[in-house]
Write a protein that binds this ligand. Structure first.
Ligand code: AMP
Length: 222
C-alpha cells in the first residue's frame, strides 16, 4: 500500500494542528507543520527565522518562496516511502502550485486534502483559550482541553504560554488573511477531486474518526 500523503487545510483554531498531531501517531506518518517549522527557525535565530518573524507577529503570511523551500526540504528529509501530513502548508495558490510541481518531480501523489470547517465565533473562542507547551509543543485549551494542573504541561511538566499571534487583534488579521489567501485553495483542490470537508465544531474524537474514515484507514490496527 502506498504511503498516506495528506494536506490539512483550515482557518486558525480549526483544530487542524491538533488533528495532525493525533493522526500522525494513529496513522504512523510524519506531521510537517509549517508554523512549527517557522517557530523553530526563529528560536534558533536562523536567517529564515529572522525573515519570518515580522510576518508571523503581524499575522500575515511569510513569502511563498521562503515557506515552499522550507517545506519541500522537509519532505526531502523523510525516509523513502514515509507518509506525511502537511499542516498549515500550502496557504496560497502559488504555494499549492509549487507543491503540486514539487511532488510531481518527486513522483509522490497526494491521498487527500482535508478542509476543517469552523465558523468565526467559534474560531475566536478556541484561539483565545489556546495554550502551548514551551517544552514539547503540546497544545491545550483553557475551556475544553485544560491541562491537569493550570499552566503546566501534562506530558513534560514545562510551562504553557499563549502564543503572541493568538491574541485577539492578531487573530482577526490571521482570519482575514485566511479568507483572502488560503480559502481559494478549497476550490483549487476540489478541482483535483482530492478535497474532503470535515465539520470541526464536533469534538476532537469525532473529527478524528471522520478523517480516518475519509482516508480509508479506520480499520487499521494501532
Ligand atoms: P500557524 O501556526 O500555522 O498558525 O502559523 C503561524 C504563522 O506562521 C502564520 O501566521 C504565518 O505568519 C506563518 N506561516 C505558517 N505557515 C505558512 C505558510 N504556509 N505560508 C506563509 N506563512 C506561513
Amino acid at each position: 500500500m502506498s504511503a498516506l500523503r495528506l494536506i490539512f487545510l483550515g482557518p486558525p483554531g480549526s483544530g487542524k494542528g491538533t488533528q495532525a498531531q493525533r493522526l500522525a501517531v494513529r496513522l504512523d506518518v510524519v506531521q510537517l507543520s509549517s508554523g512549527d517549522v517557522l517557530r523553530r527557525e526563529r528560536a534558533e535565530g536562523t536567517p529564515i527565522g529572522k525573515k519570518a518573524a515580522q510576518y508571523m507577529d503581524a499575522g500575515t503570511l511569510v513569502p511563498d518562496d521562503v515557506i515552499t523551500g522550507v517545506m519541500l526540504a522537509g519532505i526531502d528529509k523523510l525516509p523513502a516511502g514515509r507518509g506525511f501530513i502537511l499542516d498549515g502548508f500550502p496557504r496560497t495558490v502559488p504555494q499549492a502550485e509549487a507543491l503540486t510541481a514539487g511532488l510531481a518531480e518527486r513522483r509522490l501523489g497526494l491521498t487527500a486534502v482535508i478542509d476543517f470547517k469552523l465558523d468565526d465565533d467559534e474560531i475566536i473562542r478556541r484561539v483565545s483559550g489556546r495554550r502551548v507547551c514551551v517544552g514539547c509543543g503540546a497544545t491545550y485549551n483553557t475551556s475544553f482541553l485544560p491541562p491537569k494542573v493550570a499552566d503546566v504541561c501534562d506530558n513534560c511538566g514545562q510551562s504553557l504560554i499563549q502564543r503572541k499571534d493568538d491574541r485577539q487583534d492578531v487573530v482577526m488579521t490571521r482570519l482575514a488573511t485566511y479568507r483572502a489567501q488560503t480559502a481559494p485553495l478549497i476550490e483549487y483542490y476540489a478541482r483535483g477531486g482530492l478535497l474532503h470537508a470535515v465539520d470541526s465544531a464536533r469534538g476532537a474524537d469525532a473529527v478524528e474518526a471522520e478523517v480516518l474514515r475519509i482516508v480509508g484507514a479506520a480499520g487499521r490496527p494501532g
